[in-house]
Design a protein around this ligand. Structure first.
Ligand SMILES: NC(=O)c1ccc[n+]([C@@H]2O[C@H](COP(=O)([O-])OP(=O)(O)OC[C@H]3O[C@@H](n4cnc5c(N)ncnc54)[C@H](OP(=O)(O)O)[C@@H]3O)[C@@H](O)[C@H]2O)c1
Length: 444
């Protein structure tokens, strides 16, 4: 029999968590529930030493449910200052104080894991620089795609590729709304209400429906895919608030569905990056991604086309990615090579192209007088702007007016905008109902 001092001591990696909300509580549960598996597989133990939240109740609830979560702090700065943990996990979200807490933890020599797209997409470079200087790791798998592993696959497993584009459905709320509009014929407001009732949309849904959330995510994805920093605020974005059930119906009749697409493409001249509702062919794999699911589709010169699909949000799904990052940081600590994977992958400086320069096909839905000669006048505007029409369909007539749907051949956004300005000025045109980009086989 071994004496206690001879018994093999299991190595422990200390973890401190800031924020015990949706993701934070998921991380606490996973670390507790998968502790034995981690120990058996890797021979070490994750130990939650400290937690911080604005409300103690969340901590008490977790403890009451039998989860070990160390000591509690209401002051996250104090926790970061005092903690003996090896890894600090930031899960409060938003830009500040999250960014300052991350920087403080790195200053103090801690490896940091976060799920925070805002901080990474706006201040990634500053954080990477400090992490490199301090010799610690900085990981953020859950910042894009929640439970879908995409950051590390892009950075590591797919490093032997040059990507022509990355396209994603990276916001579950908007995907749910568009899916319900499409499948149940709901209007935008009813679909939003349904999403809110089910907890898929926040009481204040603006960050999702106006495209901000997806904007941060495509900034991160394109920075990694093209090795050149793309900042969130430089990415063009449009939300889904102007999409009507009629647009969805007309698109369907033309063989397309409407999705909020986060898209980035590298051309010789630079990088295009945007978030906007787009028509995509019904037979494209992204068209099958419904409800709150997320997917990231990409095309690499060696790997070909790939799609990563899964739960883009949720306590345990996002928690699964965070715990994977905690383990990755732990391996480096235990092997004594902390910080060696930190080097930022943005070693190029490629310029971001303006939206006007993007070339694609377009969908235009307008309401115009239902009388002879109208189509010729509108066609004249397209011609003057240098846009070639691929098809025209006149939809239902509303007494004096009718909806007309135009699909164009490939053209630039600038020409299309010019055409719309000319069309708007025609007396016979009552309103431009919607103009949407069409991402078909030439760009997707
Ligand atoms: N939810 C998801 O499915 C998901 C998926 C992927 C990534 N993420 C990302 O994960 C992060 C966390 O999201 P979440 O959904 O878990 O948010 P959440 O449910 O709002 O949780 C955040 C928690 O942090 C607390 N908090 C706020 N400020 C704090 C501070 N200064 N010090 C200590 N605690 C503080 C909040 O308390 P109060 O509630 O009292 O303010 C709340 O308990 C965000 O960056 C988010 O974008 C979330």
């Amino acid at each position: 029999m071994k004496l206690p001092e001879e018994m093999e001591t299991v190595k422990k990696i200390g973890v401190a968590i800031i924020g015990l909300g949706t993701v934070g509580s998921g991380v606490v549960k996973i670390i507790n529930e998968k502790g034995e598996k981690i120990k058996k597989r890797y021979g070490f133990q994750l130990e939650i030493l400290d937690c911080s939240d604005l409300e103690r109740k969340r901590f008490e609830d977790l403890k009451e449910s039998g989860y070990e979560c160390g000591c509690f702090y209401t002051d996250a700065y104090k926790m970061v200052e005092n903690t003996k943990a090896d890894i600090v996990v930031e899960l409060i979200g938003g830009f500040e104080p999250a960014k300052s807490l991350i920087l403080k933890a790195i200053e103090n020599g801690k490896s940091v894991v976060t799920a925070n797209k805002e901080v990474v997409s706006r201040s990634g470079e500053e954080i990477f620089d400090l992490a490199l200087e301090k010799g610690v790791d900085f990981f953020f798998e859950a910042a894009v795609g929640g439970g879908i592993p995409i950051i590390r696959p892009l950075k590591e497993m797919l490093v032997a590729n040059k990507f022509s584009y990355v396209a994603g459905i990276v916001n579950g709320t908007t995907n749910y709304i568009l899916t319900r509009m499409s499948k149940e014929g709901l209007d935008f407001n009813s679909a939003l209400l349904k999403a809110q009732e089910l907890g898929y949309a926040e009481p204040d849904p603006r960050a999702d429906i106006e495209g901000d959330d997806a904007q941060a995510k495509i900034a991160i994805l394109s920075s990694i895919a093209f090795n050149s920093r793309v900042l969130k605020d430089d990415v063009y974005k449009e939300g889904i608030t102007k999409i009507t059930e009629k647009d969805i119906k007309y698109a369907y009749e033309l063989g397309y569905c409407i999705k909020l697409i986060a898209y980035a493409r590298q051309e010789n001249e630079g990088i295009h990056a945007f978030v906007r509702p787009a028509l995509i062919p019904m037979n494209h794999p992204l068209a099958a991604v419904d409800d709150v699911y997320n997917a990231i589709y990409l095309s690499g010169d060696n790997c070909g086309e790939l799609m990563f699909f899964g739960e883009g949000a949720g306590s345990l799904a996002a928690g699964s990615s965070v715990v994977a990052d905690i383990l990755q940081a732990s391996f480096a600590i235990l092997k004594g090579c902390k910080g060696q994977e930190t080097k930022c992958s943005c070693f190029e400086k490629v310029k971001l192209l303006p939206m006007d320069a993007f070339s694609s096909k377009y969908y235009l839905n307008l309401k115009a007088a239902d009388q002879p000669g109208v189509l010729a006048k509108i066609a004249g505007c397209f011609g003057e702007a240098g846009v070639s029409i691929a098809s025209v369909i006149q939809k239902e007539s509303h007494g004096e007016t009718a909806n007309i749907i135009f699909m164009t051949h490939k053209t630039t956004e600038m020409r299309m905008r010019h055409a719309i300005e000319l069309i708007k000025s025609l007396e016979v045109v009552e309103s431009i109902e919607n103009s949407l980009v069409v991402l078909d086989e030439e760009v997707l």
